[in-house]
Design a protein around this ligand. Structure first.
Ligand SMILES: C[C@@H](O)C(=O)SC[C@H](NC(=O)CC[C@H](N)C(=O)O)C(=O)NCC(=O)O
Ligand code: NI
Length: 135
């Protein structure tokens, strides 16, 4: 088994796709309308779905906002250089909500950006080698 996707409900599909592709550099892998259910799905990611986990954006027609609550944390993406990644995201119109630096109570270098719907995306600076976990 493997993780296939994380689903996020968005208030504007074009706005969300623009963020994940133009600001975060992902590819739009597929987009489908479901008129009978009055919703649209779009899948974005850095690899094809048979190669890596992706994000499933869900737009329920006419629903422009959601209460994100306080349970959801973030989706994390790996970057080579967190400071440079934040600078690039800012230059492309993204919103950095936590600058790059070691995480509180730890050493991993992280940063957070916020997507147009308020979901948080964590940037994690690639470690030389992630600790191998027994499969
Ligand atoms: C390792 C990396 O993937 C993380 O997400 S750690 C980030 C860190 N998380 C927490 O502190 C979790 C506990 C917290 N009380 C919560 O519920 O979110 C984090 O968010 N650090 C904040 C920072 O600015 O370093
Ligand atoms: Ni994390």
């Amino acid at each position: 088994m493997r993780i296939l996707h994380t689903m996020l409900r968005v208030g504007d599909m074009d706005r969300a796709i623009a963020f994940y592709t133009e600001v975060l550099g992902m590819r739009l892998l597929r987009r489908n309308d479901y008129p009978e259910g009055k919703f649209t799905l779009a899948f974005v990611g850095y690899q094809n779905e048979n190669a890596g986990a992706v994000i499933e954006l869900t737009y329920n027609w006419g629903v422009e906002r959601y209460d994100l609550g306080d349970g959801f944390g973030h989706i994390a993406i790996e970057v080579e250089d967190a400071v440079a990644a934040c600078d690039g995201i800012r230059q492309r119109g993204g919103k950095v909500v936590r600058e790059a630096g070691p995480m509180k109570h730890g050493n991993t270098v992280i940063a957070f950006v916020e997507d147009p719907d308020g979901y948080r995306i964590e940037l994690i600076e690639r470690k030389a080698d992630f600790a191998e976990h027994p499969a």
